[in-house]
Design a binder for this molecule. Structure first.
Ligand SMILES: Cc1cc2nc3c(=O)[nH]c(=O)nc-3n(C[C@H](O)[C@H](O)[C@H](O)COP(=O)(O)O)c2cc1C
Length: 181
């Protein structure tokens, strides 16, 4: 079977961001799956001048990744009950390269809601891109407690998160194969 490429997108450029730990954990988990190639996309590493998806507003490296990707996994923190502008800017820079591909969503916050409002705000925007949103999400409430300083998941959370993340990856991979190009 053809290997699948999954682009894992971190949702913010904030220097002191905690959600990057959740994004890296999601990417690392995916790297252990057979037949899956993970491309980690950190918005800090890209440059999207201006707004929109005109050629001069794209980052060609991101265009190439989205073209190659069979599926996406987005990890967003919650900012003012929504998702960060840098994630929106990145998503807005492409259109055709998203079409008919599945996406899994994860939320993160420092409180008890886990970024659920950010994910709910993301769904209608994502739908407009042509990406197909899974019905299952994963959440990281009190994200600062789930990972240690270096970003390793704490023992007490590992089994539960690995189990839930495994289910979401199964679904994402199933969907990517079903929608396969
Ligand atoms: C501009 C801004 C707005 C925020 N708004 C919310 C919010 O509406 N709800 C919430 O639960 N947390 C909010 N937070 C806190 C985040 O949940 C917290 O920073 C968490 O660690 C995830 O974001 P991070 O990856 O930037 O650290 C906000 C943080 C920032 C920087």
């Amino acid at each position: 079977m053809k290997p699948l490429t999954i682009a894992v997108l971190a949702g913010t450029t904030r220097v002191q961001r905690e959600s990057i730990k959740a994004a890296k954990y999601v990417a690392e988990y995916g790297r252990q799956l057979e037949g899956v190639e993970i491309i980690f996309v950190d918005p800090v590493d890209f440059n999207f001048p201006g707004d929109g998806n005109d050629p001069e507003g794209k980052d060609p490296r991101y265009s190439e990744i989205t073209e190659k990707a069979d599926a996406f996994f987005i990890i967003t923190p919650e900012y003012n009950h929504s998702f960060p502008g840098s994630l929106k800017r990145m998503l807005d820079s492409e259109l055709q390269t998203y079409n008919h591909k599945p996406v899994a969503l994860a939320g993160a916050s420092n409180g008890n809601w886990g970024g659920v409002r950010a994910v709910e705000a993301l769904v209608p925007a994502i739908r407009e891109t042509g990406l197909v949103v899974l019905s299952w999400d994963i959440y990281f409430p009190r994200v600062q407690d789930i990972f240690d300083e270096s970003g390793v998941i704490q023992d007490e959370y590992r089994e539960r998160y690995n189990k839930n993340l495994g289910k979401i990856y199964d679904e994402l991979i199933w969907m990517a194969r079903a929608l396969g190009r």
